[in-house]
Design a protein around this ligand. Structure first.
Ligand code: ADP
Length: 256
C-alpha cells in the first residue's frame, strides 16, 4: 500500500491533500507464483538425470582399473567432485521449493549433539585441509531434532565462514548449553557484513554487493538455515563488522 502526500492547485488555491493509493499486488503475487512454480519444476526435472549421473560416477570409481593412468584418475576424480557439488546445489534448490510449498519435513530423533558437530567439522576439514577450524566448548546434550538438517545448517555456516575469510585466518565453532538452550556460534575473521546488509542476508536469493561476483553461490544457504532453525523452534542471527569478521549464531530450545 502506498501513502502519498501531494500539494495540488484547486480553484486557484493550493491545498495539501493526502492521497491514498492502494497498489494492486495481485500481479506481483502471480509473477512470484510463476517463478516459484518454475523453480520447483526445473529442480525436480533435473533431479532424475543427475541422480543417474551420480550413480554412474560411483560405478566408474568402483570399476577404475588399478593400472589406470594418473591423468585418467585425475579426470574421474575432478568430474566426481563437480557432480557432487552440482548435486548439492540442486538439493538446495529443491529445499527452497519445498520451503515455498511448506513441504520441508523434519524427522526428529535423539542424537548426540557434540558428536554431530565434531563429525560435521571433520567433513568440512577434509574438503578444506589447508584451513584452520577450532572447536570450543560442548553442549553435553542428547538433542531431539532432525540431525541431517542440522548438519546442513552447520555445514552451510562453516562453508560461508571459510569462503568469505582469508586462508590464513582461523574459523571458530563455539558450542554452549545455556539454561534451556543449545547455542552454536561460528566466528570468522573475514570481510564482514555492513549493518544495513545484515538484515537481508537471510532473504531468499540475497547476496551482498559487487564483491560477491568473485565468490560462487546462489544466496539461498542462509535462507534454508533460517527455515530449519525456526522449524526447530530456534533463532538464528548475525553480528558483524566490515573488514573484521562475522559471528553467525543460532539457539535451539532443549526440553530437559
Ligand atoms: P551464498 O553464500 O551462496 O551467496 P548464503 O545465503 O549462504 O548464500 O549467504 C548470503 C550472503 O550473505 C552471501 O552472498 C554473502 O554476501 C553473505 N555472507 C554469508 N556468510 C558470510 C560471512 N561469513 N561473511 C561475510 N558475508 C557472508
Amino acid at each position: 500500500m502506498l501513502l502519498n502526500a501531494h500539494r495540488i492547485e484547486l480553484e486557484g488555491q493550493y491545498k495539501d491533500w493526502i492521497l491514498l493509493a492502494i497498489e494492486d499486488i495481485t500481479d506481483r503475487r502471480a509473477i512470484q507464483q510463476r517463478k516459484d512454480d518454475f523453480l520447483s519444476i526445473a529442480s525436480h526435472e533435473l533431479k532424475t538425470p543427475l541422480t543417474t549421473i551420480v550413480g554412474y560416477m560411483q560405478m566408474m570409481n568402483r570399476l577404475m582399473p588399478e593400472n589406470a593412468s594418473d591423468k585418467f584418475k585425475n579426470v574421474v576424480d575432478k568430474t566426481s567432485r563437480y557432480v557432487h557439488r552440482l548435486n548439492q546445489l540442486l538439493g538446495e534448490l529443491l529445499d527452497v521449493s519445498r520451503i515455498q510449498t511448506g513441504n520441508i519435513e523434519l524427522h526428529p530423533e535423539p542424537f548426540d549433539f557434540d558428536r554431530m558437530v565434531m563429525e560435521t567439522i571433520d567433513g568440512i576439514k577434509a574438503a578444506s585441509p589447508k584451513r584452520n577450524i577450532e572447536l570450543v566448548g560442548k553442549s553435553g546434550t542428547n538433542y531431539n531434532g532432525d540431525e541431517s538438517h542440522l548438519v546442513q545448517v552447520i555445514s552451510n555456516l562453516l562453508s560461508n565462514a571459510l569462503k568469505y575469510s582469508p586462508e590464513n585466518t582461523t574459523v571458530t565453532v563455539q558450542v554452549n548449553a545455556i539454561s534451556d538452550f543449545i547455542k552454536v556460534s561460528i566466528t570468522d575473521r573475514g570481510m564482514g557484513i555492513s549493518h544495513d546488509e545484515q538484515a537481508k542476508v537471510f532473504d531468499r536469493f540475497y547476496r551482498v554487493g559487487e564483491i560477491q561476483r568473485h565468490y560462487p553461490g546462489m544466496g539461498i544457504g542462509l535462507y534454508i538455515c533460517q527455515q530449519i532453525i525456526s522449524n526447530h523452534g530456534g533463532t538464528i542471527w548475525v553480528e558483524s563488522e566490515k573488514q573484521k569478521g562475522s559471528v553467525f549464531s543460532f539457539t535451539l530450545p532443549v526440553n530437559r
